[in-house]
Ligand binder design. Sequence first.
Ligand SMILES: Cc1cc2nc3c(=O)[nH]c(=O)nc-3n(C[C@H](O)[C@H](O)[C@H](O)COP(=O)(O)OP(=O)(O)OC[C@H]3O[C@@H](n4cnc5c(N)ncnc54)[C@H](O)[C@@H]3O)c2cc1C
Ligand code: SF4
Ligand code: SF4
Ligand code: SF4
Length: 557
Amino acid sequence: MNRNPQKPGLGTGVSPHRITPVYRPQQVEKQAPCQAACPNCGDIRQWIGTVAQRNKTGLSREEALARAWRIIVDVNPFPSCLGRICPHPCEQDCNRSGLDEPLAINAMERFLGDYAIEQGLPLEHMDDAVREEWIGVVGAGPSGLSFAYQMARRGYRVTVYEEKNRAGGMLRYGVPDYRLPQPVLDAEIERILALGVELELGVVIGRDITLENLRKRHAAIYLGMGAQMGRAMGIPGEAGPGVWTGTDYLAAVNSGATVPLGPRVIVVGGGNTAIDAARTARRTGARVTILYRRSREEMPAISAEVDDALEEGVELIVLAAPVRVERAEDGMITGVTACRMKLADADPSGRRRPLPVEGSEFTAEADALIAAVSQSPAIDGFDALDHEGPWLHVHDGGLGKNLFAGGDVLGLGIAGNAIVQGRRAAERLHAHLRGDNHAEAQEQDQPQIGAERLKFESRPPGPATKTPRLPVQARLSADLPEVAATISENAFLAEVERCYSCGSCMGCEQCSMFCTPGCFTRLEEVGPGMYFTLALDNCEECGKCVEVCPCGFLDVH
Ligand SMILES: Cc1cc2nc3c(=O)[nH]c(=O)nc-3n(C[C@H](O)[C@H](O)[C@H](O)COP(=O)(O)OP(=O)(O)OC[C@H]3O[C@@H](n4cnc5c(N)ncnc54)[C@H](O)[C@@H]3O)c2cc1C
Ligand code: SF4
Ligand code: SF4
Ligand code: SF4
């Protein structure tokens, strides 16, 4: 697909009398695998290339950094947050792994996000349009705010209703400060509000204002309520002092409360909430043990976070599930009795089913138990909407006329998914309100390029930049200091040079240097992906240009 209309495709100047030969070059942009794996980060290759190719395109360092950040925030207004907490599937698929290590995309995204905060770069409206429709959003989590941002920058008046007294959703009340400091979240939220988005705090939709009334007030509504309710384990002794759900415990700590847990804490679960609760409890000086009913491989938590928890002294007992909370006569918790599990065949989720091993019960002493087994949305007041169990059920993001939903209220996910769903709903709604029902945003449909098409020798080998991290002892403080630091500007500038610009022209000029008849003509205005036009009248069909192109942009026709 020729993505850029300014960029010439094949055939410029081809004589109609020629028989199609074997070695004629063709400019074919392909999808980079980093991009295909990221739900939500703009064109990764493009923002890296904008900085890496700044000398070729005549941008100063500052201009290139700002432009790269703008490419990201076009689709994701939270690069500083995601640069800290995204499990970065983009890196897993980076072609550079075929040589040494993938690019440190997540750390680079964080650098750009923090750079923009430091420089005070504002988000911008897309144009001068001022629309008459007033849009309502339920929930100021990443999904609702992403939707609000996309509508506000298109000129709509937007009001976000949030039940808590601060915005941010689980990025505020779930993810602990040692991974995502609240000032970083504040800065990215304030920038969205500065676009004119109104925020009404302390309002519970479904209770204080019915959904019906809200629909009368607004031209369209987006539901981004997330999944706020920690699920109970359903075992004897669970009700009573000393037992928390993971979300309640983290929300209390993140709100600044001191939660008295005692010296021995058991955490139940294997997801991000369990790991965050365990690591936060560990920072109070407690001895913390996680019980998880499957094996380590099946844990849904981000694997590096599990490694960090273990490094910080959290004990992990896998293949164990609680069966009873033990309490003293005064009702205080004394321990948790659990039984060993074995794994049977895979369940519908693809993970192997845990089954109890008869006669395997054991009791671990405990002063507190944090149950982080799962979460679900509170849909009181939204019962009339289509739902499957506790989850809202949407078709193409919609729930009915001008009613949209996205994020964790549809099923537990990661922040990147919540943000992308908010954006897509906004794009759909905008197209619909403007009567343009064919203008659905097209996701890239180009073929993906694999590592075998790259000329690895065109870049010096070398490992990825490493994120500086606090030593373990310095992390274990109740002040929750941030564990990972932002990479330096020099490290960022070095890292962009490692990118192969897979499947898109990077302007290296190899093709034009090797082409004796001069088929390649440099464009006056150049940028990542567009440097040369190609005229084949004099092509000698030597195939040299295709052979030397390091990024696989040129194909043989
Ligand atoms: C402890 C924990 C750790 C996590 N770690 C990671 C991680 O490392 N990486 C990652 O990518 N993701 C992580 N996640 C997941 C991520 O936080 C969520 O996927 C994301 O926040 C979902 O966004 P959302 O906007 O859909 O919902 P939420 O973030 O839950 O926001 C929903 C908002 O709606 C408000 N609300 C709810 N009901 C109403 C109502 N009736 N009226 C008004 N307001 C309402 C809520 O108060 C909340 O502010 C983690 C989640 C948790 C809980
Ligand atoms: S949002 Fe996640 S997947 Fe996308 S570029 Fe950033 S780290 Fe990678
Ligand atoms: S080398 Fe660059 S373009 Fe290629 S997959 Fe990695 S980050 Fe993406
Ligand atoms: S050889 Fe270099 S300049 Fe030529 S098409 Fe490939 S990347 Fe672009």
